[in-house]
Design a protein around this ligand. Structure first.
Ligand code: O2Y
Ligand code: MN
Length: 574
């Protein structure tokens, strides 16, 4: 800490205790200097709008580095720099960068304070906005500090907003030293270091060494009418509806029958084998940093209820009476000011930035499960992988076994979204939705996943879903949202050995009668595309998967190659 202060030269140092009074003082100060704009206190008590710099609105994958001693340990999936060069580059940026500013020291815990699965960190930052967000997103303050003092081992994060110059912006990870350095961005995953930097990039590396998994997955609980609960972890690439699925409200008939869905987490999942061989999961986060656009009473009533108070909005529009507004909110109101603070002009830009966000405590969510605080975590019955695929990929299929499931995850592809800078709508491979977040070589990561299949293991079943299949008219074929429970129900029945399926080379597909979809209006085209297996299309998909995996060279596990080749061979015309 002293070294950091000597390097960065802050005017003041503040140790964060995570108290209400500290939060109140920080928000008052940020209101005074314009960092936070208070929202309408009648409609959105204790809530604020923050406008980030217009060039600082998303994660920056091209400026994100993993600095391992050996380049190959970071792998072709990461930008790499030698640790000494990375430190030198970052430290030259940090030199004197906090002059005139306060340096905040944030002790935090990712996961319930008393859980053996949790891990701690300390973020040093010059951004009070980051402190306020970290307080919502992590267990921050005195209890975390006590655990850090007890354990002695923690992730070190150093962040400065710097001058917000995109040419002087880097997010660097030193997994071998459990260290993160981030400069030049004040936004989301670039700056709230507990989230993507710690809980995914550093944690994935740490997890490999310690025999667990740090994944980009939501966790939800499904309680059936008999009162039994199954927990499901699901990986989708950024902005593909993880928050919506995590907070799903069952269709009316299901609610009437007694089905309930509860939320453990919407973005990150840490899992490890328990004494009984099952995988147990915690959500390392305490809050949601959710995408605002598209959130509505129809798409996600739980999220909308969650963000009615005590919420920080970033880069949304405003109505005339200071209520937050975004495209798709669909509440009959109109924006007058856009996310840049200019009069709203739809010809110029949307009212809310497509990657605008809300930061809110998970406990405010009506579907929040107290099991999110369980120190042992929740046992996972099924792992779901999914992507945004307009064509080819059916609604759902089940992997035959764990190794096949690992291939299904490794082969995941999806169309890109606004969550990161760069082109939107381009199909890219995003294994396990971890492309931007895996802190080491994907080939080793796949091997780590495969290693969980050992004697005594009772691993979850693995599935793949595609809620985004389109018809010839370009419209989505599956209604999604609450109706996704129908698909999750089939998964649970498969886990319990109660539901039917048809075997195909890509895995087991439900026949129409295996899902409860009688009351879902689906056209003939929808039925054939959602439940069909297109052999020629999958032949070329498997060729493309093979080319992609070959990019990982000799480190790619032979077992993964073998599963791919055997499926590809099954699809060859006889
Ligand atoms: O981290 C950001 O700056 C935006 S992207 C994001 C935010 C919350 C949860 N997930 C993501 C993501 O990109 O996966
Ligand atoms: Mn995410």
């Amino acid at each position: 800490m002293l070294q950091v202060a000597l390097l960065t030269q802050p005017d003041r140092i503040h140790w964060c205790d995570g108290s209400d009074s500290e939060f109140a003082a920080l928000t008052t100060q940020m209101e005074a200097d314009g960092t936070l704009i208070p929202l309408n206190p009648q409609t959105h008590p204790r809530s604020w709008l923050h406008r980030s710099h217009p060039d600082d609105v998303a994660r920056v994958e091209h400026l994100t580095f993993v600095c391992t001693s050996e380049r190959d340990d970071a792998g072709p999936n990461n930008h790499w720099m030698a640790p000494a060069d990375g430190h030198a580059q970052m430290d030259s940026l940090f030199e004197g960068c906090m002059r005139g500013r306060t340096m905040y020291v944030i002790p935090y815990c990712m996961g319930p304070i008393g859980s053996p699965l949790s891990r701690c960190g300390v973020e040093i930052t010059d951004s009070p906005y980051v402190v306020a967000n970290m307080r919502i997103m992590t267990r921050m303050g005195a209890p975390a500090l006590a655990r850090i003092e007890r354990e002695g081992r923690f992730v070190r994060g150093l962040h400065s907003t710097g001058e917000l110059d995109p040419n002087r912006r880097f997010i660097m990870h030193f997994p071998e030293e459990l260290t993160i350095k981030s400069y030049g961005s004040g936004y989301g995953g670039n700056a709230l270091l507990g989230k993507k930097c710690h809980a995914l990039r550093i944690a994935s590396h740490q997890a490999r060494g310690e025999g667990w998994l740090a994944e980009h997955m939501l966790i939800l609980g499904i309680e059936n009418p008999q009162g039994e609960t199954h927990y499901i972890a699901a990986a989708f690439p950024s902005a593909c509806g993880k928050t919506n699925l995590a907070m799903l409200i069952p269709p009316e008939g299901y609610r009437r029958d007694g089905w309930k869905v509860t939320t453990i987490g919407d973005d990150i999942c840490w899992m490890r084998p328990g004494a009984d061989g099952r995988l147990y999961a915690i959500n390392p986060e305490a809050g949601f940093f959710g995408v605002a656009p598209g959130t509505s009473q129809k798409s996600n009533p739980n999220a909308l209820a969650t963000i009615q108070h005590d919420t920080i909005f970033t880069n949304v529009g405003l109505t005339a009476d200071n209520q937050p507004w975004w495209e798709g909110i669909d509440n009959g109101q109109v924006p007058v000011t856009d996310w840049r603070g200019e009069p709203y002009d739809p010809a110029k830009r949307p009212a809310a930035h497509p990657n605008s966000r809300f930061t809110v405590s998970a406990r405010q969510c009506p579907s929040w499960s107290p099991m999110a605080e369980d120190a042992q975590g929740v046992p996972i019955s099924a792992i779901v992988f999914g992507g945004r695929r307009a064509s080819l990929v059916p609604l759902v299929f089940e992997a035959r076994d764990w190794a096949h499931g690992v291939l299904v995850g490794a082969a995941m592809g999806s169309e890109t979204t606004a969550a990161a800078t760069g082109a939107v709508g381009v199909m890219r491979r995003d294994p396990m939705a971890m492309k931007p977040f895996c802190g080491y070589n994907f080939a080793d990561y796949f091997a780590h996943w495969l290693s969980f299949d050992k004697p005594g293991a009772k691993l979850p079943k693995v599935f793949h879903v595609n809620w985004f299949r389109k018809g010839d008219d370009g419209k989505f074929l599956w209604p999604g949202f609450g109706d996704n429970l129908r698909v999750l129900e089939w998964m649970i029945e498969r886990v319990e050995g109660r539901a039917g399926a048809v075997e195909t080379p890509i895995g087991n597909l439900p026949r129409e009668g295996d899902l409860h979809i009688d009351d879902v209006p689906l056209s003939d085209e929808a039925r054939s595309k959602l439940f069909g297996f297109d052999a020629p299309g999958w032949r070329s998909e498997f060729a493309s998967i093979g080319e992609y995996l070959d990019g990982y060279g000799a480190r790619l596990p032979a077992a993964l190659k073998a599963v791919r080749s055997s499926i590809a061979a099954q699809m060859e015309p006889r």
